[in-house]
Design a protein around this ligand. Structure first.
Ligand SMILES: *[C@@H]1O[C@H](CO)[C@@H](O)[C@H](O)[C@H]1NC(C)=O
Ligand SMILES: *[C@@H]1O[C@H](CO)[C@@H](O)[C@H](O)[C@H]1NC(C)=O
Ligand SMILES: *[C@@H]1O[C@H](CO)[C@@H](O)[C@H](O)[C@H]1NC(C)=O
Ligand SMILES: *[C@@H]1O[C@H](CO)[C@@H](O)[C@H](O)[C@H]1NC(C)=O
Ligand SMILES: *[C@@H]1O[C@H](CO)[C@@H](O)[C@H](O)[C@H]1NC(C)=O
Ligand SMILES: *[C@@H]1O[C@H](CO)[C@@H](O)[C@H](O)[C@H]1NC(C)=O
Ligand SMILES: *[C@@H]1O[C@H](CO)[C@@H](O)[C@H](O)[C@H]1NC(C)=O
Ligand SMILES: *[C@@H]1O[C@H](CO)[C@@H](O)[C@H](O)[C@H]1NC(C)=O
Length: 456
């Protein structure tokens, strides 16, 4: 089951109730807009400010003095004080914006901040009669600003901030005083430095954290993986550290750590995440060690991608238990041994549609793998399989096998004794020439995260 992540605009979630009561943000926004449309405020007159056109330009007698700017709105022009406060914060931020190719900030004028492009209002839980800026969606605006400090942290009623594909840099502001924030998307910006640990105090309500495509570096605190997140996208940064053991305590279904500098082995506690994980993207890091057999416990995982690392050892037979697997990429590692028959069998009785094992040191393939080779599901180019085309030079293979190998070969297949192992039924069906496995859905949340556009 995929989450409804395709919405880049405010997205309701079951976990949201803590933040915004039982209503969804969209509903609240609608209600607010309805209030705006039905009330006819007459704030445009008498705000006690008389603009004088007696300027030095006028006094010098120069022809055609420039048209005076409209007077700034006054507190009484606003629907409530929270909107006035938000207005002040937005105007101060607007003054720091150095590029705005879509001219969105042109709409950021006047006393109706709820009407500014990118801003959405709702009534915060603690002031249901004061709709104010509750949600910001700057996705794709390509605004440049040196910092979000003084902006995000001064909009205390904010619940969502989505800013994919802008050019914001500087430190991430201290968001610990935003009691309602539950979605934070800073992806594809220009933030650098250490992991913004300031988001961690939000642990009880943050459900969506997307920091991909920035230049964050250093370690991700283990506590981040204890946050109650549906989605955790950290790919395409410069994080570098051994994968923390807490990693697999994360409740995130989509765990995307690809294209960083993570090191060390895949912690064998991965089995602890068996009920929640749907997609695991570890590709293009510097992971080492043997593949833990506990990966085979991830009975709901559809994508497991650890390509482009330094992983070694045989593929544990337990991988044959990955009943829902659609994509398995282990290409570009230091894996060796036979390609297990049980894994190729997944394409027959399960949903496996892509088994990428190229650029390793495998030496043979299981019986069920031959047909996958023919259909193009299995890629074993650049291995050490005698008699196969496109293999590594013999000298390269010999050199690799000269070094002692430490990874155990574990013949244990954890699922065969499961009473509800789904393959028992399916295997029987295949044997009877019945149901072919359903074609895999070709929509992978994690893989879309490897592109830098919103639209996960
Ligand atoms: C301001 O400008 C208007 C028209 O541009 C002119 O009629 C008026 O006399 C000016 N007032 C002052 C105080 O200069
Ligand atoms: C931006 O929009 C404003 C108001 O719509 C317009 O007056 C201005 O010329 C626009 N600027 C650019 C650079 O397009
Ligand atoms: C919001 O802006 C639109 C056009 O940009 C305008 O028609 C509408 O009157 C504005 N609403 C308010 C409440 O200012
Ligand atoms: C992003 O902003 C930096 C300055 O902060 C600037 O040097 C760079 O050209 C901007 N990049 C784009 C794509 O606008
Ligand atoms: C990030 O900032 C640097 C320098 O400030 C700039 O050269 C680079 O183009 C920026 N990156 C993006 C994606 O805007
Ligand atoms: C994994 O689960 C086991 C028990 O099922 C527990 O003892 C262990 O601490 C867990 N590991 C982590 C890293 O949460
Ligand atoms: C797969 O997900 C279902 C529903 O969330 C859960 O009941 C089941 O235990 C999961 N399977 C495994 C192997 O964890
Ligand atoms: C299979 O997966 C690999 C690695 O992710 C990818 O490069 C390849 O294009 C995929 N093949 C097909 C047919 O989708």
């Amino acid at each position: 089951m995929h989450l409804p992540l395709l919405l880049s605009t405010p997205r309701p979630s079951s976990k949201r109730r803590r933040a915004m009561g039982s209503s969804t943000p969209q509903l609240l926004i609608l209600v607010v807009f309805t209030i705006f449309l039905s009330s006819t405020p007459s704030h445009n007159a008498a705000h006690g400010y008389s603009y004088s056109n007696r300027t030095t330009a006028g006094e010098c007698g120069c022809a055609d003095p420039p048209a005076p700017p409209p007077p700034p709105p006054q507190p009484s022009d606003f629907l409530n004080m929270r909107q006035y406060q938000a207005y002040l914060v937005i105007q101060a931020f607007k003054a720091t914006i150095t590029c705005d190719p879509n001219n969105v900030t042109a709409s950021w004028v006047g006393s109706r901040p709820c009407n500014y492009t990118g801003f959405f209002c709702a009534a915060p839980p603690d002031a249901t009669d004061m709709p104010t800026v509750a949600s910001i969606d700057f996705n794709g605006f390509r605004l440049c600003a040196p910092s979000l400090v003084g902006f995000l942290d001064r909009l205390p009623d904010l619940a969502l901030f989505h800013a994919n594909s802008n050019n914001f840099s500087g430190p991430v502001p201290d968001l610990t005083r935003l009691p309602f924030l539950y979605e934070l998307d800073l992806s594809n910006n220009n933030h650098s430095g250490a992991f913004p640990a300031a988001v961690i105090p939000l642990s009880n309500q943050l459900v969506f954290l997307d920091l991909r495509f920035n230049a964050f570096s250093g370690a991700v605190p283990g506590s981040v993986f204890l946050l109650d997140l549906d989605v955790l996208f950290l790919n395409n940064n410069r994080f570098g550290q051994r994968l923390p053991a807490e990693l697999w305590s994360s409740p995130a279904a989509y765990l995307t750590l690809a294209n960083n500098g993570f090191t060390g082995p895949i912690p064998s506690s991965i089995g602890n995440a068996s009920s929640v994980l749907l997609e695991v993207l570890l590709l293009n890091n510097r992971l080492t060690g043997c593949l833990p057999y506990e990966i085979g416990l991830l009975g709901n995982v559809t994508v497991f991608d650890a390509g482009g690392n330094l992983l070694t050892g045989p593929i544990p037979l337990s991988f044959g238990c990955l009943a829902r697997l659609e994509q398995l990429n282990l290409a570009g590692n230091l894996l060796y041994g036979p390609v297990p028959d049980a894994v190729c069998w997944l394409a027959r009785v399960g949903s496996l549609a892509n088994l990428s094992l190229s650029e390793n040191f495998f030496t043979s393939i299981g019986h069920s793998c031959w047909r996958l080779l023919k259909s193009g599901v299995l890629d074993v180019r650049r291995n050490c399989i005698p008699g196969f085309p496109d293999q590594r030079p013999v000298a390269e293979c010999l050199h690799f096998f000269l070094f002692p190998k430490f990874c155990p070969f574990l013949p244990f297949v954890p699922c065969v004794n499961f009473p509800d192992w789904p393959f028992k039924r399916q295997a029987a069906a295949v044997a009877n020439g019945e149901a072919a496995p359903p074609p895999p859905k070709n929509k992978y949340v994690g893989y879309s995260a490897l592109r830098n556009k919103p639209g996960y």
